[in-house]
Design a protein around this ligand. Structure first.
Ligand SMILES: *Cc1c(COP(=O)(O)O)cnc(C)c1O
Ligand code: SF4
Length: 448
């Protein structure tokens, strides 16, 4: 098989997009203006095989990877537009754009402080441990993606401010941490996209952990990736595809569960021959593929899209896992749906598919106390309420406990919700305690 050459398009060479596509003057301009604030990157596979240019204004993948004018507030857009017109560049331009970024809540849900574990009295950068069973690892070399999603809450990692990065230097410390923390059963490689690393680099991160795996209690290794959507050749014709697939087999043969946590936002991402081949190759190694996606305006705010996506995934032997609510960060206003609408879309899509597809959980909000799922809208004692439950909790005792919030048509995140039948949510006092004990130096919002 000849391998397809990867060509990325960023602010550095975005001018080529004009020659390659039928993009309008206005949309073309938005790339430069918005792209200086929110990171922009797309590639030849996305442009040639996923976006339908005949109808690109309404195309979900166009909105997924191309900056849109409305992603910035009008005043912000104007500020950057003027700065560019005045010929600003380098540090001057960076400063202006960074001031805007800071206003866009770059670190939602206590990521930078509350979740970072300690090892030998030092904060372990590049590692997050929020839920008892699962440790997240952000290898430094995986802090990029084959293209960037315009909605991504990890966006501060991709723009040029080093302080905002979770730099994960070595996995040796992590290996020790996992030995000391026998409660941890799952290790999740995340990013960015760890599958942007080549085989050799990925092994550098994985080997120290595999070496001590018998001394840890790790049973599942998860790899969070959007490569199946943005560059499926990673698992078919890439130079090191066979090596990577061989490594998957090795992991499985050690008796571990290998779960590829694949990020798909729309059924079109499952439609090409190469993605189908890539999925087959991964499953043939004995790994599982579980799927997840946020729900967004302009991309997938339609029950038929979700029902089709889940059904297609199951037909390809993937397991639907999560539907997420849009995080409170970046271009959230452009993408966010009220809880009521997201729940309606979920329920309608869920009711259209068979039980085999109903492994999916959601819609779920990843907020500081935990992953909170909207399980329904109900009327109790004559009061309309949201029924909620924790899928994951910072305190494991909170998991699967039903609780209620006042119905609110406008609410789009946990922080908008007020408790029903009580003046506090049941976990608020304990959350306050956790926060005060360990994290009083954090500036992050406790209940975000
Ligand atoms: C979602 C998530 C996990 C994994 O939760 P599961 O329910 O086991 O899939 C782990 N850590 C963090 C910080 C998460 O957001
Ligand atoms: S692939 Fe994932 S980490 Fe990368 S930009 Fe998209 S959502 Fe963010």
């Amino acid at each position: 098989m000849t391998s397809r050459k990867y060509k990325s398009y960023t602010l550095r060479n975005y001018k080529k997009i004009k020659q390659l596509t039928v993009i309008s003057e206005e949309d073309y301009k938005a790339i430069e203006v918005v792209g200086n604030v929110l990171p922009f990157k797309t590639n030849n596979y996305v442009i040639e095989e996923l976006i339908d240019w005949d109808n690109y204004r309404n195309d979900p993948i166009f909105h997924l990877t191309f900056p849109q004018r409305e992603m910035l507030k009008e005043e912000h857009y104007k500020t950057v537009e003027n700065a560019l017109q005045d010929g600003l560049s380098g540090d001057d331009l960076f400063k202006i754009c960074n001031n805007i970024r800071v206003e866009l809540n770059p670190h939602p849900a206590g990521q930078q402080c509350l979740n970072v574990p300690m090892y030998k009295n030092e904060r372990m950068n590049g590692v997050q441990h929020k839920y008892r069973e699962t440790v997240l690892f952000f290898p430094t070399s995986g802090q990029t993606c084959h293209a960037y999603c315009t909605f991504c809450f990890r966006w501060p990692q991709f723009v040029g401010d080093k302080r905002l990065k979770f730099a994960g230097k070595e996995s040796r410390d992590l290996a020790h941490y996992l030995i000391e923390h026998q409660e941890v059963t799952d290790l999740l490689f995340t990013g960015g996209d760890p599958m942007t690393m080549n085989y050799k680099v990925f092994r550098k991160y994985l080997d120290p952990i595999l070496k001590v795996i018998d001394k840890t209690n790790i049973q599942t290794i998860r790899i969070g990736t959007k490569s199946l959507s943005f560059w499926p050749y990673r698992f078919t014709s890439a130079d090191d595809a066979q090596d990577m697939l061989g490594l998957f087999k090795t992991i499985v043969n050690k008796g571990l569960n290998l779960a590829i946590m694949a990020h798909f936002n729309h059924p079109v991402e499952l439609s090409t021959t190469v993605v189908k081949d890539a999925i087959k190759n991964i499953i043939a190694t004995g790994a599982q593929i579980r799927t997840q996606s946020p729900i967004f305006k302009h991309i997938n705010d339609d029950p038929d899209v979700w029902a089709e996506m889940w059904r297609k995934q199951v037909n390809l032997n993937c397991i639907p896992y999560y539907m997420f609510m849009a995080r409170d960060t970046g271009a959230k206003d452009y993408f966010e749906l009220p809880i009521v609408q997201a729940y309606d879309i979920f329920r309608e899509a869920y009711s259209k598919v068979s039980g085999i597809c109903r492994t999916v959980r959601g819609p779920s909000m990843s907020c500081t106390p935990g992953k909170i799922m909207i399980s329904g809208i109900a009327e109790l004692n004559g009061e309309k309420v949201f029924a909620l439950r924790f899928i994951q909790g910072r305190n494991p005792d909170w998991v699967a406990m039903p609780f209620f919030a006042k119905y609110d048509e406008e609410a789009s995140w946990m922080s908008d919700l007020k408790p029903a039948f009580s003046d506090k949510f049941f976990f608020e006092d304990q959350m306050e305690e956790i926060y005060n004990q360990k994290y009083s130096d954090c500036e992050e919002d406790k209940f975000e």
